[in-house]
Design a protein. Structure first.
Length: 418
């Protein structure tokens, strides 16, 4: 819009009537000036302004029009430039803003407020913003998988969001590590890692050593002693009987094992310490291994005491805890037969690399809140699980100490030899 025409007293009504139809019909006014009364004529944009303080009762109207629509509205008065007209309008008292101008200012104000909220802490997104996925290298229903589900479900209730438990076994845990490592660092995908992911996998598959070290520690979840069990029909009643029986079998006693995990290390340690004749039958997951041992196809099994080994379907001979468990006082320890023998499996919660520190801290605090619930502790005990509270920094130190404990054992047994 480049120019403004002023309607003054003495306008030519006929010419003004001819000019008005050229304008759009989206806006109307009641009159133009006191001497030329045209009712409800369409105009582009209109405001009332007082042209001179000396004429208190005479109000006039100016009309803003683009250059392509210039018309002579009042030929008896000169036209002023756009800048001159605006300066004149600002020097006098303006009438109320038009509807179009009003909503323009409202829109600009809303946009400014929204921008400020988006940059403020109150406007930031709060974790979690949707379903949270928990990845584990355990197969469904094996080992401590049931205990992991208890924790993820309780966290979901605390957050008010659904949780998805993803079992991704295979390749000694490498598949789960790869999936969790490549997830977005927003806390919406977490890794429920078992001990072997940090202690065994880097030794057996060095290419994954860097990936494992990149994870952000969140908190310790639980630990369970390993247990040596047999099919119910096997004619043994103690750990000593099992050792003797294995030596009498051609080719040794078959044990169902998942390659590269803490149960595998425990079996190797047990064989070297006891002299038992053992033959490993490797399984990608515990579900099929458990099924074969229950049916008698494979006579023995070494796994965490929680999960399937706690449901009474096996003949559990001994636990690898340092001393007898308070909730299983009738279960002997391996150390009673082989002094000093101890092996414990554990699992912890970690996040993908570069997950924000604030998100890690929140999840860690919420995890400790869930683990302190009496309901969770009672259900953990049913799986022969115990827990302890750890900060992310304490968990990082714990993982380092466990790695130092098992690395010499792996090298001594030659498990890291291609």
């Amino acid at each position: 819009m480049s120019e403004i025409a002023f309607d003054m007293e003495g306008c030519d009504t006929a010419k003004r009537s001819a000019a008005f139809p050229m304008l759009p019909t989206s806006a109307t006014v009641n009159s133009t000036c006191r001497s030329c009364s045209l009712s409800r004529r369409p105009m582009r944009s209109s405001h009332f302004m007082r042209c001179s303080p000396k004429t208190p009762v005479r109000w006039h109207r100016y009309i803003v029009m683009p250059p392509s629509k210039e018309r002579t509205i009042c030929p008896t008065r000169p036209r002023a430039s756009f800048t001159t007209a605006i300066n004149a309008a600002c020097s006098h008292r303006s009438a109320p803003m038009t509807t179009h101008g009003h909503w323009l200012w409202v829109g600009l104000l809303c946009a400014a407020i929204a921008s400020m909220l988006a940059r403020s802490p109150a406007g930031a997104q709060v974790f979690p913003v949707g379903p949270v996925k928990f990845i584990t290298s355990l197969s469904a229903g094996s080992g401590t998988d049931s205990a992991m589900r208890i924790v993820s479900e309780q966290l979901g209730r605390l957050w008010g969001q659904p949780t998805v438990h993803i079992n991704q076994p295979g390749a000694g845990g490498a598949l789960a590590v790869r999936a969790a490592h490549s997830a977005a660092p927003d806390g919406q995908t977490l890794f429920m890692a078992i001990a072997s992911a940090f202690t065994v996998l880097p030794q057996l598959q060095p290419l994954f050593a860097a990936d494992v070290d990149d994870f952000e520690p969140i908190g310790f979840v639980g630990e369970v002693p390993m247990a040596i069990a047999a099919t119910p029909t096997l004619p043994v009643g103690s750990l000593s009987d099992l050792i003797t029986y294995s030596k009498a079998q051609p080719g040794g006693l078959s044990l169902a094992i998942q390659r590269g995990g803490i149960p595998h290390l425990t079996a190797e340690l047990f064989r070297s310490r006891s002299g038992a004749a053992l033959t490993y039958v490797f399984y990608p997951g515990a579900a099929q291994a458990v099924s074969d041992v229950i049916s008698g196809r494979v006579p023995g099994l070494i796994d965490g005491l929680g999960g399937p080994l706690a449901n009474g379907q096996f003949k559990v001979l001994a636990a690898s805890s340092a001393e007898r468990l308070p909730w299983r006082p009738d279960l002997p320890t391996v150390a009673e037969t082989l002094p000093g023998f101890a092996a414990t499996g554990w699992f912890a919660l970690v996040a993908p690399p570069r997950t924000p520190t604030a998100t890690v801290k929140k999840i860690s605090e919420d995890l400790n809140t869930v683990l302190a619930l009496p309901e969770v502790r009672q259900r953990f005990q049913a799986f022969s699980l115990s827990t302890r509270s750890m900060t992310p920094q304490q968990l990082a130190g714990f993982i380092g100490s466990e790695r130092q404990l098992w690395t010499p054992v792996i090298k001594q047994m030659g498990l890291n030899t291609p």
